[in-house]
Design a protein around this ligand. Structure first.
Ligand code: AMP
Length: 612
């Protein structure tokens, strides 16, 4: 048998990155060439023009603050003008500039780099570590991203992989990866939750696991909530105090800021085990008016840190509450609770999790490594025909188009299993409207401007006719990596326009509202009656499919608890679907379509798992 090509899983973190592979029967982390399991996600350019990556870049950060790039993940796939970018940039010691398309560029010496180029340097380093381990070239990888990353952030991460010379087999959600690693090789049956608080982002996911099938039920999070925000609170506390005492803004001095940042993170980490710690920064600055160098010396207690960060911890709990309510899952029904990400080592975070979930989190999962291990499991599953891991992931946010009146028509609901596609027929909203503008939105509000604009395009050449006479099919497709494509087709002429959307997420609510108002004439209108009919037909077809699959599943999974559970769910779903299909209430019909689609995915996953 030919030897298999090596494949790797990469957790490309905000703070640190990890690479892993399947070694024998289990996934294991590949150590870097310098012997460490974590590689800082840091890139630097030295004064002599040398590029440094990882630990060596981190070590020189204080003396070279302007040319040391960290936290690239917080900026990747975002727009320069976005409110969140501007917020994030404030605490960075390197220079961030705007590119030609409102994209973010990083200034390093006399060069400007895009974020995918920066992340590619970290990925290339991990690729080299893997190659040293295998003793041969490594080309294929699965790379993880926060579940809550939008389309643009996923695309940009994939681009980073390509620039690093990797074929990205899959962009995988981090919490899903954690669950894969946790469940790998174990006979786990039931619901598990993954609480992932890393350096830059927070994710919470609920999965149904059984017989090697990993079915993500719901996921939620915040891409701007992580360890760096905790560090930021300590930095602000130190800087405010210093300002009061000496009337000097330490944050305006790049080198001082970098030192504050390192000291804040170190103190935060120490306070996970100690009750208090000393922050000691001699010669932090020399006042312009003379008088000698100033030093910063402070004691930080665990209580003070917890007070400074109380609202951050509370936000993670609020997000958990929302996700569990939406998924209609009770925390008591969970079999296991997994903590992921370095920040979950903070005692206050662990306590908050314990209080909310009323259980102790699972021991034996390494919070820094579990995501990369899961990525390695998935990389193997995608390239090894003998693998029996099946993964059903979901889309984290709803997707739709802006329609007349400033509203959104949702085509794909959040938490729909991917890959998926959906087509809906729309009408022109004005007489003689020959052009329509398709604005692709992501988010949960019915009001268009309260969502995020992912992309837009125009379909022209429609026949001049009365309002509502011309019909346009709009199709959304999401692939298994969560990457979105949208197309619009004139039903009469067959003429079509499509885009693979990339986030233009920089717009504020007001800007988006203004654009929508200006372009109101170009919007489409939803076809509700026809839609009800189409959806009723779709629902009936799904009911038929589920009914036909049930005997097959009963036969195949006799005595298997997970199979029986899937059948019970299917019966319940059919009970709800029957009256909905008859009465034609749009909301109920849509809900039943969702439930039955999930049921079919679940059935197929179970059948695939047992080789039928
Ligand atoms: P990750 O993205 O999972 O690598 O998480 C990194 C974040 O976890 C950084 O903000 C670290 O400062 C933080 N972190 C790592 N270890 C600890 C610890 N023992 N206590 C508190 N925070 C930690």
């Amino acid at each position: 048998m030919a030897e298999r090509e090596p494949v790797i899983g990469i957790d490309l973190g905000t703070t640190n990155s990890v690479v892993a592979t399947l070694q024998g029967a289990a996934p294991a982390v590949i150590k870097s060439r310098s012997g460490s399991t974590l590689t800082p996600s840091i890139v630097a350019l030295t004064k002599t023009g040398k590029t440094l990556v990882g630990e060596i870049a981190k070590r020189q950060a204080v003396t070279n603050p302007e040319s040391t790039v960290y936290s690239a993940k917080r900026l990747i796939g975002r727009k320069f003008s976005a409110k969140q970018t501007q917020q994030a940039v404030k605490n960075l010691s390197y220079r961030v500039e705007t590119g030609d398309h409102d994209d973010i560029r990083i200034r390093l010496g006399d060069k400007t780099l895009s974020l995918p180029e920066v992340s590619a340097m970290v990925l290339r380093e991990l690729k080299l570590d893997a190659e040293a381990f295998f003793g041969k070239p490594v080309r294929k990888a699965v790379i993880t991203v926060p579940a809550y990353f939008n389309d643009g952030q996923r695309q940009a991460t994939k681009d980073a992989g390509r620039i690093a010379g990797l074929e990205v087999l899959r962009i995988l959600n981090e919490p899903t990866a954690a669950a894969l690693a946790y469940g790998f090789g174990k006979n786990v049956n039931g619901k598990i939750a993954v609480f992932d608080l890393g350096g830059g982002t927070f994710d919470i996911s609920v999965l149904e696991v059984g017989s090697g099938v990993f079915d993500v039920i719901a996921t939620g999070g915040d891409t701007y909530l992580g360890g760096e925000d905790f560090d930021g609170r300590v930095i602000d506390w130190l800087a405010a105090d210093f300002q009061k005492e000496h009337s000097i803004d330490l944050k305006a001095d790049r080198m001082a800021l970098q030192r504050l940042k390192q000291a804040a993170e170190k103190a935060k980490i120490e306070l996970s085990t100690a009750r208090e710690t000393q922050l000691n920064l001699p010669f932090i600055c020399t006042p312009a008016g003379g008088g000698g160098a100033l030093h910063l010396q402070k004691t930080l207690t665990r209580e003070k840190l917890e007070e400074l960060c109380a609202d951050l911890v509370a936000r993670t709990v609020t997000i958990c509450e929302q996700v569990f309510a939406e998924a209609r899952v009770k925390t008591i029904d969970l079999k296991e609770m997994i903590l992921v990400g370095g920040m979950t080592r903070m005692p206050r975070v662990q306590d908050a999790v314990k209080e909310y979930f009323r259980r102790d989190p699972c021991r034996g999962v390494h919070p820094d490594e579990v995501v990369a291990l899961g990525a390695a499991v998935q990389a193997d599953a995608l390239t090894n025909e003998e693998s029996d891991v099946v993964l059903l992931d979901v889309t984290p946010q709803s997707l739709g188009v802006a329609i007349a009146g400033g509203y959104v028509r949702t085509l794909i609901q959040k938490n729909t299993t991917v890959p998926t596609s959906f087509t809906e027929v729309f009408n022109t909203s004005r007489d003689n409207q020959t052009t329509v503008k398709i604005m692709v939105l992501q988010g949960e509000s019915d009001l268009a401007h309260k969502n995020e604009l992912l992309g837009e395009f125009i379909l022209t050449g429609l026949r001049q006719a009365k309002r509502g006479e011309v019909e346009v099919d709009v199709t959304f497709e999401i692939n298994s990596e969560g990457i979105v494509s949208v197309s619009a087709r004139d039903r009469e002429t067959g003429q079509q326009q499509s885009i693979q959307v990339t986030a233009s997420g920089g717009l504020t609510e007001d800007e988006l509202k203004r654009i929508l108002d200006e372009q109101a004439d170009l919007m489409l209108e939803a076809k509700v009656e026809e839609e009800v009919k189409t959806k009723q037909t779709e629902l009936k077809a799904l009911m038929k499919e589920v009914t036909e699959l049930m005997p097959q599943l009963t036969e195949a999974t006799r005595g298997d608890e997970f199979g029986q559970d899937a059948l019970r769910k299917a019966n319940k779903a059919l009970e709800v679907a029957r009256p909905a299909a008859e009465r034609g209430d749009l909301v109920k019909v849509t809900e039943s379509i969702d439930t039955l689609t999930r049921t079919i995915s679940l059935f197929k996953g179970v059948l695939q798992r047992i080789g039928r």
